[in-house]
Ligand binder design. Structure first.
Ligand code: GDP
Ligand code: MG
Length: 168
């Protein structure tokens, strides 16, 4: 089994942290500053019967200039090559314009499973988690799966990996 998963989300939701946890190496540069990771960085998760290639898609917020515009286009082009897309949201912040910008573009992607990953669940109460999940189910896409996770603590990450491997 093998496949290709694109990780997408606005800056600081935890894309690099999740990638590093899965691949177990410091492959993506971690920073609180947006756009530090300028390239699509791949990590490969390998088990006895599966190989999953991940791509981190930085810089997918609203472009300010033509370089930004180019980066956004190259980031979104990766989505059309993927077998699955993981959209990551931050459980500790309300859904905002940065999230909506990406969700609007994901509406154009057809025939690819799109997962909603609500990250940083370690920072919120169960009640607030339900509220934030509900906010991503209104005026959005029909998510293939919804996974509350903590990339930093590892909560629900093995289950997420099991699910993606089974789906390939
Ligand atoms: P990216 O811009 O989407 O790649 O986000 P990063 O992976 O660089 O993470 C941004 C910040 O969020 C860093 O300070 C991380 O330590 C923090 N972070 C990432 N995942 C979690 C999580 O599950 N829980 C908490 N509390 N912090 C997290
Ligand atoms: Mg990053």
């Amino acid at each position: 089994k093998s496949g290709f998963v694109a990780i997408i989300g606005r800056p600081n939701v935890g894309k690099s942290t999740l990638l590093n946890r899965i691949v177990g190496e410091k492959i993506a540069i971690m920073s609180d500053k947006a756009q530090t990771t300028r390239n699509k960085i791949q990590g490969i998760y390998t088990t006895d019967n599966a190989q999953v290639v991940f791509i981190d898609t930085p810089g997918v917020h609203k472009p300010q200039n033509s370089l930004g515009d180019f980066m956004v286009k190259s980031a979104f082009s990766a989505l059309h090559e993927a077998d699955a897309i993981w959209f990551i949201a931050d459980a500790s912040m309300p859904r905002g314009r940065g999230d909506d910008f990406i969700i609007d573009r994901l509406k154009d992607v057809k025939n690819t499973p799109i997962y909603l990953l609500i990250n940083k669940v370690d920072l919120v109460s169960p009640q607030d988690l339900l509220t934030i999940i509900a906010s991503y189910q209104e005026d959005a896409i029909d998510w293939t799966e919804v996974f509350p996770i903590s990339a930093r603590e590892g909560d629900n990450v093995p289950e997420l990996l099991g699910n993606i491997v089974d789906s390939l």
